[in-house]
Design a binder for this molecule. Structure first.
Ligand SMILES: [Zn+2]
Length: 156
């Protein structure tokens, strides 16, 4: 009955950058998840995050072993994990870069007028963020629906 737990590996692409801060560490150190039976990689994420929405188990596409993939449904994860789910390190890094670029440009381009420069830059940085939150929102809605359906099946 007890399924084996997926293997989680922290890859370090740039160890020399480790000292330069948590945000860069998050971007440069992807986490790799493997099937505990045949070690096939089934998920690679940027950063050290460990929060996924799902039913909690997965069948390996290679060896057909069923294992626990460390995922939980939205209704079961603690509030702190929900924050990390919506705002992982990569998103913090992106927002930080956007802020720095906006501040730099508003200092450099006095003659062009701040709005003329900042609007296209803001669109460039905001578009991926909007896409990200739409994607995450869709995942949460699906998770809540799955969780509610699962609960009903168990009761019935
Ligand atoms: Zn496998």
């Amino acid at each position: 009955m007890e399924q084996p737990l997926a293997i989680k590996e922290q890859e370090t692409l740039a160890p020399s950058f480790l000292a330069s801060g948590a945000i860069f560490t998050g971007i440069l150190c992807p986490t790799v998840y493997r099937c505990p039976n045949c070690r096939a990689v089934y998920k690679v994420i940027l950063g050290p995050g460990d929060v996924f929405l799902g039913e909690g188990h997965r069948t390996c596409s290679k060896c057909h072993q069923v294992f626990r993939d460390r995922s939980k449904e939205w209704g079961m994860i603690p509030p702190m994990d929900r924050v990390f789910f919506l705002f992982p390190m990569v998103v913090w890094g992106w927002m930080l870069v956007a802020l720095i670029v906006c501040v730099l440009l508003s200092w450099l381009d006095w003659t062009l007028g701040a709005t003329a420069v900042l609007v296209p830059i803001a669109i460039f940085f905001a578009a991926p963020l909007i896409a990200w939150f739409v994607f995450r929102g869709y995942q949460i809605v699906r998770s809540v629906r799955r969780f509610n359906l699962g609960g009903k099946t168990k009761v019935a």
